[in-house]
Design a protein around this ligand. Structure first.
Ligand code: NAD
Ligand code: MG
Length: 392
C-alpha cells in the first residue's frame, strides 16, 4: 500500500489524482490532502478518501474546515500553515507526495518532501523553474525518486531508456517538446490584445487550473516546461525543440542519434501521466479512454511563432541566462497573470511585465532556498510596481 500526501488536492491535478487513486483502493491510501480556498470541496475529499490530515493556509480556513467536518464520521485532523504543509509532505508514514500546488507556493513543501527522500510526483513545474539546481541536488542527496507528471515530461520520460542518466551517454540527440499552441494559435499579437480571461482559459484540448491555462495561451507554459525539461533530463536549452502540435495526441518525443524518434501518444487527459507516476514501473488502469487513431485521423506540426508569443522567447532567454533569471521570469509571470485575471492589464501586457522585470533586475546565483525566495520577492515587487504604472 502506497501512502500518499496530495499537495493541492482541490485543483485540477489534485482531482484527477484522487480519481485514479479511487480506482485502486488496495494499492493507494491517502495520508494528507491540502487546499487553499475551496474548503467545501476539501471537506468532501477528506470524507471520501479517509485522509488522516488536511492542511489549509490559515487558522480561519482551518476553523471553517473543522466546522464543515463536524458531525460527519470523518476523522481527519485539520492543520494550517506552511510548517504543517511541510510536515505532511515529509512525515515518516508517507511514501509518495503528489506536488500539485500551483506556482511558487509549491516550492517549500515540495522541497520538504524531496529532502526526506519521498517518491515525488512532480506537477508543480514552478519549483524546478525557480530552484532547479538546488532541487536536483537535493533529489540526489536524499535518493528521492522524481517522476514527472507534466504530460510532456512524462512522455519524454517514457521514451527514454530505463537507465537514462545523460543525453550523450544514451544516444539522445534532441528532446522534442510538444505544444498545443493554445486557444490563440495562428493569431497575431494585435488580435490577442483584446482577449478576456475566459477566452484565455478556454483551452482547446486540456482542462486545467486558470493560471496554467493562461500560461498555455501565452506559451509561457512551454517556456517554463523547457526550463523544467533542462533540469529533469540534464540537457541544455539547445537540445530541446518546441513543436506545435495542435491535436495534443503526441505528448512529446525523443530523437536519437541513429535517426530513431520515439513518441508517447494518448488522449489529452492528465490521469494517464498521473497513473504512470503512481504505478511506475508498473501500469495501472487510469480511467482514460483508449486512443482511437481513426478518430484522430491526422497529426499536424508547426514551428512556434515567437513574434506573436513573446513569452516563449523570454523564457528561452531566461533559460540561457541561468542563475536566478528563471525564478525572476516565473515570479513576474505569476504577478502578471494574476493582474490579467483580475482585468488590470491586457493579455499582451503579460509579456511586457515579464520583459520589464527581467531587464530591470540584476541576476545572481542563489545557493539556498532563502536566496531563491529573495529573487522571487524582488521580482514580485518590481512587477507589481510596473503594473501600477501600466494598468488600465
Ligand atoms: P489549480 O489552480 O487547479 O489547483 C491548484 C492547487 O493549489 C489547489 O489545490 C489550490 O488550493 C492550491 N493552492 C493554490 N495556491 C496555494 C497557496 N498559496 N498555498 C497552498 N496551496 C495553494 O492548478 P492545476 O491546474 O491543478 O495545476 C497545479 C500544478 O500542476 C501547477 O504547477 C501546474 O503548472 C501543474 N500542471 C497542471 C496541469 C493540468 O493539466 N492542470 C498539467 C501539467 C502541470
Ligand atoms: Mg505540460
Amino acid at each position: 500500500m502506497q501512502s500518499i500526501t496530495l499537495l493541492g488536492a482541490t485543483g485540477s491535478i489534485g482531482e484527477s489524482t484522487l480519481d485514479v487513486i479511487a480506482r485502486h483502493p488496495y494499492k493507494y491510501s491517502v495520508f494528507a490532502l491540502t487546499g487553499n480556498k475551496q474548503l467545501s470541496k476539501l471537506a468532501l475529499q477528506c470524507q471520501q478518501h479517509g485522509a488522516q490530515f488536511a492542511v489549509v493556509n490559515d487558522a480561519a480556513a482551518a476553523s471553517e474546515l473543522r466546522a464543515l467536518l463536524h458531525g460527519t464520521d470523518c476523522k481527519t485532523e485539520v492543520l494550517h500553515g506552511l510548517e504543517a504543509l511541510c510536515q505532511v509532505a515529509s512525515a515518516v508514514q508517507v511514501d509518495t507526495v503528489m506536488a500539485a500546488i500551483v506556482g511558487a507556493a509549491g516550492l517549500v513543501p515540495t522541497m520538504a518532501a524531496v529532502k526526506t527522500g519521498k517518491k515525488i510526483l512532480l506537477a508543480n513545474k514552478e519549483s524546478l523553474v525557480m530552484a532547479g539546481g538546488l532541487f536536483m541536488r537535493a533529489v540526489k542527496a536524499s535518493g528521492s525518486l522524481l517522476l514527472p507528471i507534466d504530460s510532456e515530461h512524462n512522455a519524454i520520460f517514457q521514451c527514454l531508456p530505463a537507465n537514462y542518466e545523460q543525453a550523450d551517454t544514451s544516444g539522445v540527440s534532441k528532446l522534442l517538446l510538444s505544444a498545443s499552441g493554445g486557444p490563440f494559435r495562428g493569431w497575431s499579437a494585435q488580435q490577442m490584445a483584446e482577449v478576456t480571461p475566459d477566452q484565455a482559459c478556454a483551452h482547446p484540448n486540456w482542462s486545467m487550473g486558470r493560471k496554467i491555462s493562461v500560461d498555455s495561451a501565452s506559451l509561457m507554459n512551454k517556456g517554463l516546461e523547457l526550463i523544467e525539461a533542462c533540469w529533469l533530463f540534464d540537457v541544455s536549452p539547445k537540445q530541446i525543440d518546441v513543436v506545435v502540435h495542435p491535436q495534443s495526441v503526441i505528448h512529446s518525443l525523443v530523437q536519437y542519434t541513429d535517426g530513431s524518434v520515439l513518441a508517447q501518444l494518448g488522449n489529452p487527459d492528465m490521469r494517464t501521466p498521473i497513473a504512470h507516476g503512481l504505478a511506475w514501473p508498473e501500469r495501472i488502469e487510469s480511467g482514460v479512454a483508449d486512443l482511437n487513431l481513426f478518430d484522430v485521423a491526422r497529426l499536424d506540426f508547426e514551428q512556434p511563432d515567437l513574434e506573436s508569443f513573446p513569452c516563449l522567447q523570454l523564457a528561452f532567454d531566461a533559460a540561457a541566462a541561468a542563475g536566478d533569471a528563471p525564478a525572476i521570469l516565473n515570479a513576474a509571470n505569476e504577478v502578471a497573470v494574476q493582474a490579467f485575471l483580475d482585468k488590470r492589464i491586457g493579455f499582451s501586457q503579460i509579456a511586457q511585465v515579464v520583459d520589464n522585470t527581467l531587464s530591470g533586475l540584476d541576476f545572481s546565483e542563489p545557493d539556498s532556498l532563502d536566496g531563491v525566495q529573495d529573487s522571487d520577492q524582488k521580482a514580485r515587487y518590481h512587477s507589481a510596481n510596473y503594473i501600477t504604472e501600466i494598468e488600465y
